[in-house]
Design a protein around this ligand. Structure first.
Ligand code: SF4
Length: 98
């Protein structure tokens, strides 16, 4: 008899490790007063929940934990809302498979 094991994405992501490149965030949010529709979308589409609203209602990113999936790049870079680069070699997400 087969058994199913349910897992949550958050539990899997927790197994990855992240090497922070202090002071050199690889994703930057363009300064804004009121977030655009694209920026607001990032609050719910980033699988690592890197985007948050600050107390002024502006979208901020904490790139620690970014899995480099590129979702925000597709949504926010064409509109100019974010600047996206890969982390420098040796920094960023360290995937643990399995
Ligand atoms: S690349 Fe993916 S994980 Fe990283 S901040 Fe963008 S949406 Fe989130």
């Amino acid at each position: 008899m087969a058994t199913e094991t349910a897992f949550r994405v958050e539990d899997k992501l927790f197994q990855n490790r992240y090497l922070v490149d202090a002071g050199r965030a690889h994703i930057k949010v363009r300064p804004h007063t009121t977030p655009s529709a694209a920026l607001r979308t990032l609050l719910t589409t980033c699988p690592a929940r890197c985007y948050e609203l600050n107390d002024k209602g502006q979208v901020e990113i904490t790139a620690d934990g970014c899995v480099e999936c590129g979702t925000c790049r597709i949504i926010g870079e064409p509109t100019g809302d974010i600047e996206w680069n890969y982390p420098r070699g040796g920094y960023g997400v360290l995937f643990k498979f399995g």
